[in-house]
Design a protein around this ligand. Sequence first.
Ligand SMILES: C[S@@+](CC[C@H](N)C(=O)[O-])C[C@H]1O[C@@H](n2cnc3c(N)ncnc32)[C@H](O)[C@@H]1O
Length: 234
Amino acid sequence: METREKTPPWQWNELQQIGTDYASEEEVAMYDRRMRKIRDIDAENAGMLDFLRLPPDGAVLEIGTGTGAFLRTAAKRCARAAGIDISEVMLRYARSRADEEKLQNLELSRAGFLTHTFAPETFDGVVSGLAFHHLPDVWKAVALERIHRILKPGGRLVLLDVVFDWKSEAPEAYFERIVSAAGESRPNFIRHIAQEYSTLAWIMEGLLTRAGFAIEQKRAAGDFLMLYCAGKGL
Ligand SMILES: C[S@@+](CC[C@H](N)C(=O)[O-])C[C@H]1O[C@@H](n2cnc3c(N)ncnc32)[C@H](O)[C@@H]1O
């Protein structure tokens, strides 16, 4: 991919496979069905859009767009809905779903948190759902600075991800409890905890604040899924 050739050799290679590999369109369609069973995607998307308060002539970017569910809803609310993802398979699936709905203002390209090349102050809103844990913490910090830069003054970020917070519980007991309650998603949860880079709530909040964001809302779903709504300020 051409963006990789332009990146410095010390940069995290965000194209490497972390955790679940969505290698075929059939697997991606299965992911879509599984997510619709365990998440209220329409309510999630409506909540994110309410927080973003995008102007009708505004622009929104989704990073790690996956199947493009958020983007298809967003495209009906603003002038430009851009989505990036590092997975060609996900992008193909998202494109075919967007074409079914004839969404002319929805654009998709292959890039990630660290390799997109959007100009400063391009977007009114940036959204990322369940993708940020693909980056180790240092690179999360870099990614947040890059998001801050491409947001317009007053722009907003919505970040949904698996974030751990075991409070007074022993970490081992906390992880065991999460895995035991996972049902048919047990192998996915095990892989996530063992191989992916989900961080702790207090680290995530520090990262957001250090990058210049003011956390305006924080919603926990269960005790490992967090939605952060944060503003760039004017
Ligand atoms: C679990 S899916 C989430 C998809 C969708 N946002 C959702 O909420 O259902 C994670 C997505 O992040 C993408 N991804 C992984 N690493 C990425 C990176 N460094 N930059 C952008 N996207 C990335 C994957 O290809 C995948 O499509």
